[in-house]
Design a protein. Structure first.
Length: 346
């Protein structure tokens, strides 16, 4: 339990540092602290000296896209409250049958559009178009309190409308991490029937109920305990949110019937959001037998929050399918799983 508390306050310190030290940058370099931590972990596991993540290489790639005119920035106003959202649209270098398909990425809390650079780079290499954008209250978007997915799902709907009008596409996929995964789940409950062009949603490290996951991360189960109250005060200070913070529960809003493929991903060492949250969402979806063909889930051994794609590619064979967690899945890496999923559902 003490170890959990130490990890929790380390994460709080990391969020504090991100908010006040990295706030003005809003580039791939924002990921430098977490990249260094992941690189160290991979070096220890594999007993190697080289870095698995080289941020400069990714930065050069995106700068090259900009030089070729394949990167454009855009701004929209939300339909809910006329808030400014700032985003970027990328077209791939490669020319293939995937070029008229688009993937929209939704980042996690306290991050910005660049935090999912690894996955963005991967799908651009496969020939897909990409949109990344700063959620409300993040990056260069308008300053508003976050609702950890509820209002953000309406913003995502506005981004989808913009993409349909401006990107010359036939199909769209959604990828969300943490708060971004919550955004996608709330969107699913409200808008799935309106968009036949949306073919799938990938949720990396989603939470089911914020109250449960806050207890998991802080190690405080009693709402009246000093640990719980102090942790909550820190959280509210670092992440300005709605008043009824602990009532946010994407699992409660899930539709009874799915019409879009849903892929759930989670790391088994996630100290911020327990992997059981993904299992709970998977179970809730499968209560309707008709949903079984639409929902699937995979776990990545040894991956903490935000580490999954990197650990999933560096430590081969750590991937487990939810229906048989005792045995390795048919896919060996995160890239192999993602590529196969996109090929099958796009």
């Amino acid at each position: 339990m003490l170890n959990k508390v130490i990890i929790f306050f380390r994460k709080i310190f990391y969020l504090f540092k991100k908010k006040f030290v990295l706030r003005a940058k809003h580039t791939i370099k924002d990921s430098e602290i977490s990249a260094n931590q992941i690189n160290h972990k991979i070096k220890v596991e594999l007993k190697i000296n080289r870095n698995f993540i080289e941020l400069e290489r990714y930065e050069n790639f995106f700068n090259f896209l900009q030089h070729l005119g394949l990167w454009r920035n855009f701004i929209i106003l939300t339909s809910y409250d006329n808030l400014m959202l700032s985003g970027s649209h990328f077209r791939p270098l490669i020319i293939n049958k995937n070029n008229d398909k688009l993937i929209i990425f939704c980042h996690g809390v306290t991050s910005n559009r660049w935090s999912l650079f690894y996955c963005v780079h991967l799908v651009l290499q496969l020939g897909y178009q990409v949109i990344i954008y700063d959620a409300r209250g993040h990056g260069y978007s308008g300053r508003k309190k976050t609702s950890l997915g509820r209002l953000e799902s309406r913003d995502l709907e506005d981004i989808i409308h913009w993409a349909n009008k401006n990107c010359r596409i036939s199909q769209i996929g959604l990828y969300g991490f943490s708060m971004g995964a919550s955004t996608c789940l709330f969107w699913l409950s409200s808008f799935q029937e309106k968009h036949p062009e949306i073919k799938f949603i990938i949720c990396e490290s989603p939470f089911d109920e914020l109250s449960k996951q806050f207890q998991h991360a802080s190690g405080a189960t009693n709402p009246n305990s000093w640990r719980y109250l102090i942790s909550l005060k820190f959280l509210r200070y670092l992440i300005p949110t709605e008043d009824r913070l602990m009532e946010i529960a994407p699992i409660s809003s899930l539709p009874n019937s799915l019409s879009i493929k849903l892929l759930l991903l989670h790391g088994t060492e996630d100290a911020t959001i327990s992997w059981k949250a993904t299992e709970n969402i998977w179970k809730k979806c499968r209560q309707n037998p008709l949903n079984k063909k639409y929902v699937n889930a995979y776990f990545f051994l040894e991956a903490d929050h935000g580490e999954l794609p990197f650990i999933g590619d560096a430590l081969i064979g750590k991937l487990r399918w939810i229906q048989n967690r005792q045995r390795s899945s048919q896919f060996q890496t995160f890239t192999e799983l993602l590529t196969a999923f996109l090929k099958k559902n796009f």
